[in-house]
Write a protein of this length. Structure first.
Length: 131
């Protein structure tokens, strides 16, 4: 398990004594860089997950075309067409250390099944981030 160091004044360890790996508010400049890089490769920003409800207005201003949702992680969802009529979705953690999860959905896959898969990806990302 990766452990994060954090100033004692902000420290809130989980019952097992570990700290979450990612615990700072969303870095909007880093998020902008990530979005620009993905867009350069044909991805379209779909959704933004944010841990800080107080920053939702700033995030919505920075990314007006995207839905901002409260979450336990700071991450961004991208989508683009894939081969054979499929649609690719990628969930990218907003952190200096690149980490992303990818899923390609069949053209005939229901939106309900897609949403279930995306929620599972968010759960895996949360586990990775230690939240």
């Amino acid at each position: 398990m990766i452990r994060a160091q954090r100033p004692a004044s902000k420290a809130t360890a989980s019952p097992d004594g570990r700290f979450p790996l990612y615990f700072e508010p969303m870095n909007l400049n880093l998020a902008r860089e990530i979005v620009a890089n993905y867009e350069k490769h044909g991805w379209k920003l779909q959704r933004i997950l944010s841990t800080d409800q107080n920053e939702r207005d700033q995030i919505a201003e920075a990314f007006p075309a995207s839905v901002v949702s409260t979450a336990e992680i700071d991450a961004v969802w991208f989508a683009r067409p894939s081969n054979a009529g499929r649609q690719a979705w990628e969930l990218r953690l907003v952190a200096e250390q690149p980490y992303a999860l990818f899923e390609a959905f069949e053209a005939d896959e229901s939106e309900e099944d897609r949403e279930d898969a995306r929620k599972e990806m968010e759960n895996k990302m949360r586990e990775y981030a230690g939240t």
